[in-house]
Design a protein around this ligand. Sequence first.
Ligand code: IMP
Ligand code: MG
Length: 183
Amino acid sequence: MGADHSTEPGIPIPGPVLVSAEDLANRVAELGARITEDYEGKSPLLVGVLKGAFMFMSDLARAIDLPVELDFMAVSSYGHSTRSSGVVRIVKDLDLDLADRDVIVVEDIVDSGLTLNYLRKNLLGRNPASLEVCALLVHEDHKLDEKILKYEGFRIPPKFVVGYGLDVAQKYRNLSDIRVVEN
Ligand code: IMP
Ligand code: MG
């Protein structure tokens, strides 16, 4: 993509790069190596949360040297568009059964943590053998229990970011780096 993304009026423009493509690649490789080690002899099931996690999920899966399986779910949170209310609706559920599986939930970003909190409870109710979370980005002011965040990419300031799967108004998911949105 070129430098000018201001094609539609009213949609904020990506500003400075917060996490470069190179730093993303290095960190994803590290996370993949840790997961490979932690799940040795197992076949973890990666559960990607659409749409934001699609790019992270695809890179992470390739960085894990295990016979992983992949599934996806889509959720939408009610309320304000850039702040989730904690009331989460499952728009697309998983195809696979989680019973006795080693599940790793792959999320793009933890903001308040409400979405992940809801998802975790919902998925734990399906009796997995284990359930861990792998979040690429975590806002510093999240309200989630730290213990829940087993694998995380980067702690970032509480600013709205786009790129590498993350959007504002469905735009900028295809940027290769993470950028702060200026409004
Ligand atoms: P939470 O429930 O407040 O943790 O919000 C989590 C969800 O809101 C994420 O899965 C994203 O879809 C979205 N979100 C939160 N912060 C951002 C951001 O900075 N950029 C893009 N999407 C975000
Ligand atoms: Mg999301």
